[in-house]
Design a protein around this ligand. Structure first.
Ligand code: DGP
Length: 139
């Protein structure tokens, strides 16, 4: 897992490697994904390094979401997609490849065939109810 010293997104924040910057404020930065799933695919990051959701400070997450809304509206206006997904990965099993928290803003096109790594099948209602109790207990 990358630490602050060799984190590619920290280098983008510092300006030591280039990015297609979209927006910046005191706490967040938005730029285009270098490997876009569709045109307009953008990333929003906190300037403060945190590897993933669990390591992130509430104030950084709040600031990121405010930037996500601002940038998503601009992406929507710019590329007029058929829809737009917000995505965020934690850990290699969820296909996280850069270990600095980031939200994907991913414009979608009808029939674009972009796939996430899970299938849609209904959960068992009993298991869902039991799991909800366990997760609530951990809040
Ligand atoms: P994830 O798999 O959720 O960790 O997404 C990481 C994204 O970061 C991936 O879509 C590609 C993108 N990415 C990786 N390196 C760079 C980079 O140097 N610049 C930019 N703009 N994006 C990058």
């Amino acid at each position: 897992m990358a630490d602050q010293a060799n984190c590619i997104f920290c280098k983008i924040v510092a300006g030591t490697i280039p990015s297609y910057k979209l927006y910046e404020d005191a706490m967040t930065l938005a730029f285009l994904d270098i490997n876009p799933g569709n045109p307009g695919h953008a990333l929003v990051i906190p300037k403060a390094h945190a590897a993933n959701l669990y390591a992130s400070a509430d104030k950084d997450l709040a600031a990121v979401m405010a930037t996500v809304r601002k940038v998503a509206a601009a992406v929507e206006k710019t590329v007029s997609p058929d829809g737009l997904n917000l995505l965020q990965a934690n850990g290699p099993g969820a296909a996280q490849s850069v270990f600095h928290f980031h939200m994907h803003i991913l414009p979608r096109r009808n029939g674009d065939e972009l796939k996430m790594n899970w299938g849609l099948k209904p959960g068992d209602k009993g298991e869902l109810a039991a799991l909800a109790v366990k997760i609530r207990a951990n809040l």
